[in-house]
Design a binder for this molecule. Structure first.
Ligand SMILES: [Zn+2]
Length: 442
């Protein structure tokens, strides 16, 4: 199976190389702004924009004649071209969302980029792009040391199971990263190594992940101590930052410290989540998670920080591709499936459950169970009830959990009925597989 995958490494540039990196990021920003201004001018005059390719041609003429653009040759020409492509895409996405053919949050009209207010980032898609051992080689920038070993990717490229599509260089806080977008030929097993195994995963606010598997084993992943301590330090640093004078040197220093620490906490969290999701995908054929409305939850300010910290969206994304690579699958319960309100023993349903109630107490059968464990158990049970039908029709099926009336279908969540859709059409409730897994032949 051909998979597009990213390999990301932290860089250790020399001071001269760091200057060149900043220069390239500045060039990408300049090209974006230059292109956006050109597009606006043309739109005012002719009612249309330039395409990415047109902008590139225009730029190639102008850069040679305009003496104020004499510096362009200091940076790789690829960087400008890629910035025009990005702008082209941003404009298209804007139009698509206006027409209502684009899913997700509506992007606004592209804006001008300002230094320090936007992400430093640029991309190459042609030229010398290599990695070996502890170095990467990029067009114009030459060979830069990496902080960690690139051996895994280098080996794949050597033996021909990976092909580099593009390379993006970006900065987070004080650190530069290089990310190789690679097409990888992955061996995906026909079946998972442990067929029939299933696990329900509850994404929590206090505990990172709570899982219950098909043998009833409960695992709680609280996140490393360092991460929790890191969060406390984050609080302290952001308080210190907000107490400094606007525009002062101390504020800049405090902002740098805060950004560095933010990056550190993010790295720790990502690392924990990667380890946890790799473990789950290796151990279980079917992984069931909730479809949390992350954007909606982020709008709730009390939950916002905690939710963002746990990286719910990231967990879902990681599980989605990692289960696919191992011949397993990820099931995403419907957004309205009340996993935390159903009793996992008798199927009785509570009308309401506040977030502060950490123990689930069933009024019908008297079950008292940790709230997260109860929710994870309900999710796991969905795997058993949904598995057969999922395979039978290959489409989206929403069976109700055992002992529950099938959930009512919400407007806008009509299951997508594939060619063999009769079974799917009858079924009513809770399933959605992530798309790229569905495309995987089973
Ligand atoms: Zn009960």
């Amino acid at each position: 199976m051909m998979v597009t995958q990213a390999y990301r490494f932290a860089l250790d540039p020399t001071p001269a190389q760091a200057r060149a990196l900043r220069s390239h990021a500045g060039a990408a920003r300049f090209a974006w702004n230059w292109g956006l201004a050109a597009c606006r001018d043309r739109y005012d005059a002719e009612g249309r924009w330039w395409s990415g390719a047109e902008l590139h041609r225009l730029w190639n003429q102008v850069k040679k004649t305009d003496p104020t653009l004499g510096w362009w040759g200091e940076n790789s020409k690829c960087v400008y071209q890629e910035a025009f492509r990005d702008l082209d895409r941003a404009l298209r996405e804007f139009v698509r969302s206006r027409k209502g053919t684009r899913k997700g949050r509506r992007p606004g009209f592209p804006r001008f980029k300002k230094r320090d207010r936007c992400r430093d980032s640029f991309r190459f898609c042609t030229g010398a792009m290599r990695c070996s051992g502890r170095t990467v080689t990029l067009p114009r920038l030459g060979t830069i040391a990496t902080h960690d070993s690139t051996r895994k990717l280098a080996r794949r490229i050597e033996n021909g199971t990976a092909r580099i599509l593009s390379v993006t260089v970006s900065r987070t806080a004080h650190r530069w990263y290089v990310s190789f977008t690679v097409q990888v030929d992955r061996h995906v097993p026909e079946r998972h190594a442990r067929p029939g195994s299933a696990v329900g995963v509850d994404l929590g606010v206090t505990t990172l992940l709570t899982t219950v598997d098909n043998h009833g084993a409960v695992t709680e992943i609280a996140g490393p101590k360092a991460l929790r301590a890191g969060l406390r330090k984050l609080q302290r640093l952001s308080k210190a930052h907000s107490r400094t004078q606007h525009g002062s040197a101390n504020r800049a220093k405090a902002a740098g410290r805060l950004a560095r620490h933010h990056a550190r906490v993010t790295n720790m969290r990502t690392d924990t989540l990667h380890k946890a999701t790799t473990h789950l995908a290796a151990r279980y054929e079917t992984v069931v998670v909730e479809d949390l409305n992350v954007t909606g939850m982020l709008a709730n300010r009390r939950l916002a920080r905690a939710v963002a910290d746990q990286g719910f969206g990231a967990v879902r994304r990681m599980l989605s591709y990692k289960t696919g690579w191992r011949g397993g699958r990820l099931l995403v319960a419907d957004r309205w499936f009340p996993s935390s309100k159903i009793c996992s023993a008798c199927g009785g349903r509570k009308p309401s459950l506040s977030l502060s109630e950490r123990t689930f107490r069933c009024d019908a059968c008297g079950l008292a169970l940790d709230r997260d464990v109860n929710a994870a158990t309900n999710l796991r049970d969905l795997a058993a009830s949904g598995a057969e039908r999922q395979n039978a029709c290959g489409g989206d099926v929403r069976p109700g959990p055992a002992g529950q009336p099938p959930a009512k279908q919400e407007p806008g969540t009509t299951p997508r009925v594939d060619q063999t859709g009769t079974a799917a059409a009858q079924a009513t409730a809770v399933w959605r597989t992530d798309t790229h897994i569905r495309s995987h032949p089973r």
